[in-house]
Design a binder for this molecule. Structure first.
Ligand code: ADP
Length: 277
């Protein structure tokens, strides 16, 4: 083929390759959108019957709770249903994140309320485990602009993982503090959750934020989980322009360190908001 014609063929091939690639990308995007909307619709519809199952199990526990065997069965039914409901909630969240619909909902929030979040998660998750929990919360600029629900969900996920993956007799440290940021009107909220649990292998750490992945030792040890919590944590932290660092040694324990920049509510804004109320 004469060189001039070869150039035309090459250009032609490049263009056709680009069209094939563009079509493939378009199809992949459509597929992804269809998957997300299917997950969203399905999860949404599953929630109502799950809530009914939990509600009726609670009612039955109240009325027939005097028989030990029945109480035990109902307790298990409720536990499994609550796990399923949490799973559905997480799938819904992942579908929202993957469809790009998840956004930040920032408003002034008092960081001292993190104490209440910790009470709730510790109360709910620690159950019959013999763990030593140390809390250290140092907050000075209480009011900041942030998405408080997402911050609370991050803390709940990290603390409940620390509890789940730490055998009896272990220790969990929750350190939450404010650090100086570059701008004077901002702070960095630093959340550090450490445990003396089963730890994570270096090989698995790069995959830890992928949805539905679990390390072999945690799934084989019979600890319940879905592999969705940390995917949600990472997406929320990314949305808030923050960072997550993991330090871990198998058999010794793990530390998850999250840093989130937050703008401090100024004195004028505080006065304005008080007047509007
Ligand atoms: P889940 O705990 O529901 O499986 P996550 O997304 O929260 O899902 O965590 C993903 C995986 O990371 C877990 O299955 C477990 O293998 C590992 N992991 C998370 N937190 C810890 C921890 N504190 N200690 C040991 N392994 C952990």
């Amino acid at each position: 083929v004469p060189s001039g014609e070869r150039a035309v063929i090459t250009t032609f091939l490049d263009v056709s390759e680009m069209i094939v690639l563009k079509n493939a990308l378009q199809k992949a995007e459509e597929g992804n959108r269809a998957k997300s909307s299917f997950l969203f619709a399905m999860s949404h519809d599953l929630r109502t019957p799950m809530n009914a199952i939990i509600g009726y199990a609670e009612l039955m526990e109240r009325h027939w709770g005097d028989n030990e065997l029945t109480t035990n069965y109902l307790h298990k039914l409720k536990g499994a249903s609550q796990f399923l409901l949490a799973l559905i909630g997480n799938v819904l969240e992942i579908a929202r994140i993957e469809s790009g619909k998840e956004t930040l909902n920032e408003a002034p929030w008092n960081l001292k309320k993190i104490n209440d979040t910790l009470e709730i998660v510790l109360d709910r998750e620690i159950l019959n485990k013999q763990l030593h929990v140390a809390r250290n919360i140092e907050i000075q600029h209480a009011d900041v602009y942030c998405d408080s629900l997402k911050i609370q969900e991050i803390i709940m996920n990290l603390v409940s993982n620390a509890i789940k993956y730490t055998p009896d007799g272990g220790k969990i440290d929750v350190d939450i503090e404010e650090m100086e940021a570059v701008g004077e009107d901002s702070i960095i909220l630093r959340i550090c959750v450490s445990d003396t649990g089963i730890g994570i292998s270096q090989k698995y750490i790069p995959h830890i934020f992928e949805a539905f992945t679990r390390e072999k030792n945690s799934s084989e040890s019979g600890i319940m989980g879905t592999g969705l919590g940390l995917r949600i944590v990472k997406s929320f932290v990314d949305l808030m322009d923050g960072s997550v660092i993991i330090q871990s040694e198998p058999g010794k324990g793990s530390s998850f360190i999250v840093e989130i920049p937050c703008r401090i509510v100024s004195e004028e804004e505080r006065i304005d908001q008080a007047e509007q109320r």
